[in-house]
Design a protein around this ligand. Structure first.
Ligand SMILES: *[C@@H]1O[C@H](CO)[C@@H](O)[C@H](O)[C@H]1NC(C)=O
Ligand SMILES: *[C@@H]1O[C@H](CO)[C@@H](O)[C@H](O)[C@H]1NC(C)=O
Ligand SMILES: *[C@@H]1O[C@H](CO)[C@@H](O)[C@H](O)[C@H]1NC(C)=O
Ligand SMILES: *[C@@H]1O[C@H](CO)[C@@H](O)[C@H](O)[C@H]1NC(C)=O
Ligand SMILES: *[C@@H]1O[C@H](CO)[C@@H](O)[C@H](O)[C@H]1NC(C)=O
Ligand SMILES: *[C@@H]1O[C@H](CO)[C@@H](O)[C@H](O)[C@H]1NC(C)=O
Ligand SMILES: *[C@@H]1O[C@H](CO)[C@@H](O)[C@H](O)[C@H]1NC(C)=O
Ligand SMILES: *[C@@H]1O[C@H](CO)[C@@H](O)[C@H](O)[C@H]1NC(C)=O
Ligand SMILES: *[C@@H]1O[C@H](CO)[C@@H](O)[C@H](O)[C@H]1NC(C)=O
Ligand SMILES: *[C@@H]1O[C@H](CO)[C@@H](O)[C@H](O)[C@H]1NC(C)=O
Ligand SMILES: *[C@@H]1O[C@H](CO)[C@@H](O)[C@H](O)[C@H]1NC(C)=O
Ligand SMILES: *[C@@H]1O[C@H](CO)[C@@H](O)[C@H](O)[C@H]1NC(C)=O
Length: 589
């Protein structure tokens, strides 16, 4: 059976542009590949299904025996959603929980997005890898301890959506299993970043972020079509009214987001007038800047720039076999500390407040929702809070475009800064929280050779610093978080000698770097980097032949140790996979 890997409109802008442009019929290339060339290796024996892998590090409690295992759902998807009733295992002592998601498919349909919600709060988001004729399977484990308040509640609805990103209806089946594993780990083994240095006169029981939130309020869609909201344009904003307990002393919003269709490759979208002037019918424009803003009662209180997760068929499908792109199975989520705004959120009376989300310059479509994590003062039923200073985020965005016909250079550079402080009087005393956030963005898109050569270079740096001080001005807790994600894509399309055939050569290099610091010298850092390179020979929507290699290095370090892993995949198979628990470069801890 000939592999039929559909490029569809899922390839980079480059492809969208060039594949729709008329090529000169006389152009030809020195190389010629016969159309019987098969992408896959020897086919005499039936090949085993392809296992796909997202390279990560082991979870801190992977080596422990779980206290309990709860196989919650085993489902063959025919409809896009499935439900199960969740209750925690009886008589099980646990401190940490893991979500294990495993899936298998024999289908030929590419491009799906999946998410798991518990009582409407998103626990994980995932994309599906590319199909192979032999079938595929994959799994991932995610630490979901931060959702413990939900995981300790009974009779909740666990729902899963598995949505097709491409509008085809097929007979494809996906088998999905969801299992929860519960571990009893000493608390200190899993201290969250914001650790408390005890204030002089506080009660003992109030801890900031040592523990998962006491309550999670979903900012998500009701109904049976998956709990995410769909955003189609920049003026489309979604919001939910919220009412939080009157003894809430801390609030953090966590956002899950994924771009699709015309914005799947938003980081390579040129401005609209480039498309208009060149008469390009594919409307993947609006430039290459997107920002997700969080609004409280219509005021922006923070924003994030999403990490560009590349889905299974993205840019060059051969890159992601079998190593999927960073975050493809376990999407990153984004946090914004909202404690300084508790003065508004706790306002007495019958006031409902709204939390909203929007995506600057969005094109159809984005799937987005959020969880509001709340910490409750169990020693007092009345917490009061008020503002000290709220400043509107200061945003600077500069765009520069130069083009002639299809060739051009497009730059976007910007910075958003936000700052807020507020006080919260609880049983821990009157504490003041100051939050400083900054997002830096830089992107450059270069199109050459009649738009057939594309280079994208983007970098994002996001910082959030939280400082908590007591009445007397002593530092009670501190936390700083930084993420950096550089991305570089190069691609080139050349017409083949046959009708409707093209050569495509591409390279992607991207990374996710994270650093966290907390009170008492707490510090952790990680870096996950991928580099891919390959070529394809394509007719219409089929890859006739091709080759690709991806190398990945993962490095993580915290107060307890180090982990490093290097993986090399070439021609669809893992060639080298080494890991070590010893730090290569022994930096000061
Ligand atoms: C809970 O587990 C403990 C220890 O395994 C056992 O002694 C006890 O009987 C169990 N209780 C219930 C209600 O099952
Ligand atoms: C799901 O669980 C069942 C029963 O344990 C197992 O037979 C099946 O292979 C699993 N499927 C996946 C995709 O993990
Ligand atoms: C894939 O095909 C094999 C063999 O035909 C079958 O045993 C398996 O259940 C199928 N899996 C899925 C997810 O359809
Ligand atoms: C869960 O729901 C079932 C049936 O609706 C009910 O019998 C049971 O008491 C509920 N359990 C809890 C803990 O609420
Ligand atoms: C679904 O499966 C049937 C039987 O195998 C086949 O005839 C039909 O073409 C399939 N439909 C699609 C959309 O693949
Ligand atoms: C867990 O905590 C107990 C007491 O707090 C201690 O004795 C034990 O050594 C700890 N275990 C580990 C694995 O750290
Ligand atoms: C899942 O549950 C929701 C309500 O929580 C319901 O609206 C939806 O129809 C259910 N979906 C399925 C497939 O049962
Ligand atoms: C934005 O999208 C929403 C929802 O799809 C739609 O109702 C609205 O008209 C759109 N606005 C613009 C300006 O296109
Ligand atoms: C601050 O909170 C504490 C504990 O809830 C309460 O006893 C005290 O009266 C509050 N102080 C003020 C000025 O409201
Ligand atoms: C808490 O401290 C802030 C600033 O120091 C002050 O404005 C506020 O009135 C205090 N609140 C209470 C309840 O004491
Ligand atoms: C190229 O395509 C045209 C139109 O689709 C067709 O008539 C012609 O036979 C094709 N030539 C080759 C060499 O396949
Ligand atoms: C595989 O990794 C080992 C250890 O890092 C290294 O010595 C070896 O050269 C690597 N092989 C390839 C093919 O990269």
């Amino acid at each position: 059976m000939h592999p039929s890997l559909h490029l569809l409109h899922h390839l980079l802008l480059l492809l969208s542009l060039t594949l729709t442009l008329p090529f000169s019929p006389t152009s030809s290339l020195p190389l010629h590949l016969s159309k019987t060339t098969h992408l896959r290796r020897a086919k005499s024996a039936p090949a085993p299904p392809q296992q796909y892998i997202e390279v990560t590090r082991p979870l801190p409690f992977d080596s422990l025996t779980p206290s309990c295992i709860l196989p919650l759902l085993s489902h063959t998807f025919s409809a896009p959603t499935a439900n199960a009733t969740y209750s925690p295992p009886a008589n099980c002592s646990w401190s940490n929980a893991v979500l294990h998601f495993s899936a298998a498919s024999n289908g030929s349909h590419r491009g799906r997005i999946a998410a798991v919600w518990l009582s409407g709060a998103e626990l994980a988001r995932s994309s599906t890898p590319d199909p192979t004729p032999e079938g595929t399977f994959w799994n991932f484990r995610k630490d979901v301890t931060r959702y413990a308040s939900l995981l300790r509640s009974s009779n909740l609805t666990l729902s899963i959506a598995l949505y097709s990103l491409v509008g085809h209806v097929t007979n494809d089946t996906y088998d999905v299993n969801v299992t929860f594993l519960y571990y009893d780990v000493n608390k200190t083994d899993h201290a969250a970043p914001l650790t408390l240095i005890r204030p002089e006169k506080s009660s003992e029981s109030l801890e900031l972020n040592q523990n998962p939130a006491d309550l999670i309020v979903p900012i998500s869609a009701p109904g049976d079509g998956g709990h995410w909201f769909r955003i189609d344009n920049g003026s489309d904003s979604i919001s939910r009214n919220i009412q939080i307990p009157s003894n809430t002393y801390r609030a953090v919003i966590e956002i899950y987001v994924s771009p699709h269709d015309r914005d799947e490759f938003w980081y390579s979208n040129p401005p609209d007038y480039y498309l208009e002037i060149n008469n390009i019918p594919i409307k993947r424009g609006h430039g290459s800047y997107r920002e997700v803003a969080v609004k409280l009662n219509d005021n922006v209180v923070g924003s994030v720039i999403p990490f560009p997760v590349i889905y299974g068929g993205g840019i060059d499908p051969l890159f992601w076999q079998p190593l999927v792109s960073i975050g493809a199975f376990d999407f990153p989520s984004y946090e914004i500390e909202l404690t300084p705004y508790l003065g508004i959120m706790l306002e007495k009376g019958n006031n409902l407040h709204s939390l909203g989300l929007e995506v600057t310059d969005a094109l159809p479509y984005w799937l987005i929702d959020a969880n509001l994590h709340l910490w409750i003062d169990s020693n007092g039923d009345s917490v009061t809070a008020g503002p000290i200073e709220y400043r509107d985020p200061r945003k600077r965005l500069e765009r520069e475009s130069k083009f002639h016909d299809l060739d051009g250079k497009f730059k976007v550079e910007g910075e958003t800064k936000r700052e807020a402080s507020g006080w919260v009087n609880s049983s821990a005393g009157n504490l003041t929280t100051h939050v400083y956030g900054k997002v830096e963005f830089e992107s450059k898109l270069v199109l050459k050779h009649g738009g057939r050569k594309v280079r994208v270079r983007q970098s994002v740096r996001a910082v959030e610093e939280v400082r908590v001080r007591s009445d007397a001005g002593h530092s009670v807790a501190e936390m700083a978080r930084e993420r950096r994600y550089p991305l570089q894509v190069r691609a080139r399309v050349m017409p083949g000698s046959e009708n409707e055939t093209y050569w495509i050569a591409a390279e992607v290099e991207h990374a996710m770097k994270e650093e966290k610091k907390g009170s008492g010298g707490m510090r952790s850092e990680s870096e996950n980097r991928q580099k891919s390179r390959g070529w394809m020979f394509v007719r219409e929507c089929e890859i006739l032949s091709g080759a690709a290699a991806t190398s990945q290095s993962y490095y993580a370090k915290d107060g307890k140790g180090c982990y490093a892993r290097h993986v090399l995949a070439d021609g669809g198979a893992v060639k080298n996979d080494t890991h070590s628990f010893v730090c290569a470069h022994t930096a000061a801890s």
